[in-house]
Ligand binder design. Structure first.
Ligand SMILES: [Fe+2]
Length: 245
């Protein structure tokens, strides 16, 4: 994988018809949601055209009852509307426009009993695999370098830190590819080529790795060397995770 964050950075907790407004995540990963209690209603729109269109018309709106006729129409253009029950796991890309509404009921009881009221509790992990489109979207988002108009819970510095981790992981993938330790060498090689092509920072880091200059180019402080290359990206960050392929 090019990125894997199994460190949950927060729990989402709310009552019935609380919601998260329509948005696109600043950090371009696939999200793995886990629902621990209650039901979560999620709508997503295709990337990129439908995402841009619905964001233009409804960005930051809450999709909760009573829905306006325009919101109903927008939901009819969603590529998926799903109800995630307690105990479920769901995956979607945060680069797709998405809106969430909590449905504050638990699992139905036995013998036809009505489901009891419940808080809705969920959390997320995230990953980016070797899928070509996912890698391209990641690189395009990071090349813009700003979270303008997107999820305000993330900042430009979060995006910067994210890209550091991606470059670090790509560098590790390159080492493992060279050692014959990856299961899908062609996919990894293609990913590395795309990352090198679209990211100057990654290109420099991977070139240093290929030429065996990692130790020469870095100094103990991790500050930029004389070539102006920031090698902090090659150092282990606190959120780094083991690369799985
Ligand atoms: Fe989101």
């Amino acid at each position: 994988m090019l990125f894997w964050d199994d460190f949950s950075e927060g729990m989402f907790c709310g009552g019935g018809f609380s919601a998260y407004d329509l948005h696109v995540d600043c950090i371009p990963t696939s999200n793995v949601g886990s629902v621990f209690a209650g039901h979560k209603l999620l709508a997503i729109w295709r990337y990129p055209e439908d995402t841009r269109a619905v964001m233009r018309e409804h960005g930051r709106e809450l999709f909760v009852p009573p829905l306006t006729p325009k919101q109903v129409s927008a939901l009819e253009r969603a590529c998926c509307v799903a109800l995630a029950p307690p105990g479920s796991i769901y995956i979607f890309s945060g680069t797709n426009a998405h809106a969430v509404c909590n449905v504050g009921i638990g699992s139905p009881g036995g013998a036809g009993e009505a489901p009891p009221p419940s808080l809705v509790v969920s959390s997320y992990e995230a990953f980016v695999g070797l899928n070509r489109q996912h890698v391209d979207v990641l690189l395009d988002t990071c090349s813009r370098g700003a979270c303008v108009g997107l999820d305000a819970s993330d900042t430009d510095s979060d995006l910067e830190e994210f890209m550091e981790e991606v470059v670090d992981t790509a560098h590790s993938c390159q080492k493992r590819l060279r050692l014959g330790e990856v299961n899908e060498p062609e996919a990894v090689a293609e990913m590395l080529a795309r990352v090198s092509e679209k990211s100057v920072r990654a290109r420099r880091a991977l070139a240093a790795g290929r030429d065996g200059k990692d130790s020469e180019a870095s100094d103990s402080s991790g500050k930029e060397n004389t070539e102006g290359m920031n090698l902090m990206c090659l150092q282990e960050t606190k959120r780094q995770r083991r690369i799985v392929n």
